[in-house]
Design a protein around this ligand. Structure first.
Ligand code: SF4
Ligand code: SF4
Length: 260
């Protein structure tokens, strides 16, 4: 059996170089995003999307005192490389009506472009806003978890090029252990706001791309309680069935009672 692989992204090591974004585009032949000024950040790619499967977010914090005594206040910067979370229970996969979205032998979630019919149900079902429809092409696209490279025994392109090893790739449970060790190391150095983001407590049941961040995960576009929308469907159908059964029983009772 193939091992279940994952990404552990330690954002405390990210320097915002965007080498991962470029490597992903190069390997997958994705179009460039232009070097436009977004108007709200020095980050020109803004978010993950149909042609940006890795995105290095620039988190601009309150100003802090610069180093060296008399230096002026400076903006505080954090960076983090975002990607599809390859959810344990994936909203996109649950919602896909054509079977285009499948789970691979590596535990990743893969959109088969030749089966996608462009309905975009996956787009609204993703709790992380990852998968996006290319309006010109008509189909939905997102990170493939470099399934082709993994099959060939290679690391995903993004993890291969990260110069600071902020993006770690490996066996998922081993990475979870490494993340705990790193968290304890940071906390022992007084970095109390470090925390691991791996939502195992919600209907997503954990992710194959988890993060170590400082401060509020929401600043990194990581929702505190991501939920799989179809989780509530079964309860909805059960309530509707119980309601219908009670209605039929009441009608029967009234009918039979009226006859006596
Ligand atoms: S993050 Fe979104 S697109 Fe990625 S596996 Fe989860 S639900 Fe699917
Ligand atoms: S795993 Fe591959 S497809 Fe996904 S972000 Fe990294 S380089 Fe891109």
């Amino acid at each position: 059996m193939s091992q279940t692989t994952g990404f552990f992204t330690d954002s405390t090591l990210c320097i915002g170089c965007k080498a991962c974004e470029v490597a992903c585009k190069e390997w997958n032949g994705l179009a460039e995003d232009g070097l436009d000024w977004t108007g709200f950040s020095y980050d020109n790619t803004a978010a993950v999307g149909h042609s940006t499967w890795r995105h290095v977010k620039f988190v601009e914090n309150d100003t802090i005192a610069g180093l060296g005594g008399n230096s002026a206040l400076q903006p505080g910067w954090e960076f983090s490389s975002d990607v599809c979370k390859h959810c344990e229970v994936a909203g996109c996969l649950e919602a896909c009506p054509t079977g285009s979205i499948v789970r691979t032998e590596f535990g990743g979630v893969f959109v088969q472009p030749d089966v996608c019919n462009g309905c975009a149900y996956c787009v609204t079902a993703c709790p992380f806003g990852v998968v996006q429809k290319n309006q010109k092409d008509g189909r939905a696209f997102k990170c493939t978890f470099c399934a082709d490279r993994q099959k060939a025994g290679l690391k995903p392109a993004c993890a291969s090029v990260c110069p600071t090893e902020s993006i770690k790739f490996g066996e998922l449970n081993e990475l979870r252990g490494d993340a705990q060790v790193r968290l304890e190391e940071l906390r022992s150095k007084g970095i109390e706001d470090a925390e691991i983001y791996d939502p195992q407590h919600t209907s997503v049941k954990g992710v194959h791309a988890f993060f170590l961040v400082r401060g509020n995960p929401k600043s990194y576009n990581l929702p505190p309680n991501p939920e799989v929308p179809t989780t509530y469907l079964k309860d909805g159908w059960r309530s509707a069935a119980i309601g219908s059964a009670m209605f039929v029983a009441a009608a029967l009772f009234a009918f039979l009672g009226g006859k006596q």
